[in-house]
Each structure stands twice: as structure tokens, then as C-alpha cells.
Ligand binder design. Sequence first.
Ligand SMILES: *Cc1c(COP(=O)(O)O)cnc(C)c1O
Length: 341
Amino acid sequence: MEKAIDYRSDTVTRPTPGMLAAIQNAPVGDDVFGEDPSINELESKTASYFGFEAGLYCPSGTMTNQIAIKCHTQPGDEVICDVNSHIYQYEGGGIAFNSGASVKLIEGDRGRITAKQVANAIQPDDVHRAHTSLVSLENTANRGGGSCYQLTEIESIRNVCGENDLILHLDGARVWNAIVAQKEDPKEYARLFHSASVCLSKSLGCPVGSVLLGDRSFIKKARRIRKVFGGGMRQAGYLAAAGIYALEHHIERLSEDHTHAQLLASAIQECSFVKFLLPVETNIIIFELIDGRSAPELVAELKTQQVLAYAIAPNRVRLVTHLDISREMIETTIKAFRSLQ
Ligand SMILES: *Cc1c(COP(=O)(O)O)cnc(C)c1O
């Protein structure tokens, strides 16, 4: 399907010529010995972008989240998160599998939970109860349609965490999109979160990789767990070089993806088979179909027009804009949607 316009995820991007050149020219070494200059540079660059002390390069966002949860919890602890969060929905039950912890699920607003909900979800200090130790927020929220938190709400959540001795983790797979859309100062993140997981392989267009961020002692512990999880890589500086390139070249351009998503969303909204669209804040479009229409069928129809989308529920379809989607492709896609009326 080389000709197809692929909106299934922002993970489908291919490295640009500039990124490929950076990969080819990367200085490398054995990272398990701490000797890969490109990985060391990526870790410190990412950490200082967000104002954290240190970073740890990992193969995936699942691994960075799971290492963080493992570091922050003991077996039997409870993790507070939104019911639609990636750590709960899409990491293979890893919270239980890797950390022996349980979850307290909150019904948030498009993936975002409030300080009040967090406060209400904390277990009382009672031998019958699980011990609440961690709160995890997702920004942007994937199943929330790329919705963004207000920093003031995160501040309130952090205060609740402070008062109750809880750790606050950020699943920031697409935090770059939130920063660009909300014109935030990335350095606010280190102030509000104990740790953060950020993906390079999503909206930043890298082939592989995520970075876990936190203070030095947390990252030291995380490095040990990464090895246990099988994530210690060797000359992975070739991959980290793509990350360095992306930090320098692919953050500001995200506003283009957001504009593309807006354009496409307004056209989709007009289609007779669409019941409603979630508000589009960043690069994700999620819409629900009118009764009687099925998402997998619509996805199949779109595919015959060379447009690839993803059925995230029996009646919900998701499209994600990214680096490899041009304005021209958006126009073609709008025509394809209109032809399906
Ligand atoms: C994609 C994603 C991850 C990590 O996914 P990997 O495919 O393991 O890199 C984590 N959280 C969110 C919200 C995501 O969208």
C-alpha cells in the first residue's frame, strides 16, 4: 500500500533524508558500558529540554512507562489513572505483570482526570486496602482524541500528590503536541512530575525510541530495571541520533500537523455518516458513526480509496496526522470522505 495515505498512527512515519544522514554519521559505542556518545547526548538533551536531571533511552514508550511504574511501586500497591489510559489499556496488563500492582480507574473527561477525582480515589490507610502510591497522567490523551491538560490542573493534582505522599508520573508519548498546541514551557514538566516518559517514535518521526526522565537517583534505578527488562542496547546511538535530529527539527513543525487535523476534521464533521467528532486539539481525530454504520466497514471503504484509518471501537474511527502527511494528501482525503456520502 505504498500509495496509500496512512492515518492509522503517527508511528508510521519514515525517517527523512536529514534524519537518515544523522543516523549514518552518528558516533556510537556500547551503551550498556555507558559509552555511546549519541545516546548520552540524547538523554541529556531531552532531560534539559524538560528541565529534568537525567534521562534514559529505551526501545519503546511501553518500556519507559513500565520501568517508571516498577520503580515507583511495590507489589500490592495501587496506581491511579484514567480508564482509557495507555498504561492500562495498551500495555498488556504490564502494571500487574511487571510490578504486581493494581489500578484504580477514573472516568476522566476525554482521558483527563481532575485533582478532585484523584483525591477521591486515594485508598484510606487501612490494612484491608491496597496502598495507593502512584498517579499517572497522559498528555496528550490518546483515546481522548489528543486532548491536552491545563497546567493549572496538573498543578492541583501535584498538590494532592504532595499532601498524600504520592508519586506523579507523566505518560507523555505525545507531550510535544501538547507543548506546541498550548504554547507551554516544557520546563514546567520537571517541576510538576517526578518522572516522565516521552516518545520519539510518534509525532517526532523517529523510527524507534522513547526517553524516561527524572532525577539522577530515579534514572539510576531505572537503568537497572531497563537491563532486567531486556532493554539494554549496544550501539543504539544510530537510533538515538534520529532522536537528537528530531528534537532539533521536528518539534515546531507539529503545528502543521495540528492545522492538517483541523482541516480534515471540519470536512469529516460534514459527512452524513458522522454522529459527532471529539474536539480536535492536536493531531488526533476521533469520530463516532451514526447508528447502523460500522467503523471497520467504513475503514474498509476508505481503504479502497487509498486512505488508511483505524477503527478504535465498533463505532469509532481514529485518524492521526503526522510528518508524512502533506496538505495535498489532506485535500485528497477530504475528497475521499465526500465520495463516501
Ligand atoms: C504509543 C503510546 C505509548 C507507547 O507506545 P510504544 O508503542 O510502546 O512506544 C505510551 N503511551 C501513549 C499514550 C501512547 O500513545
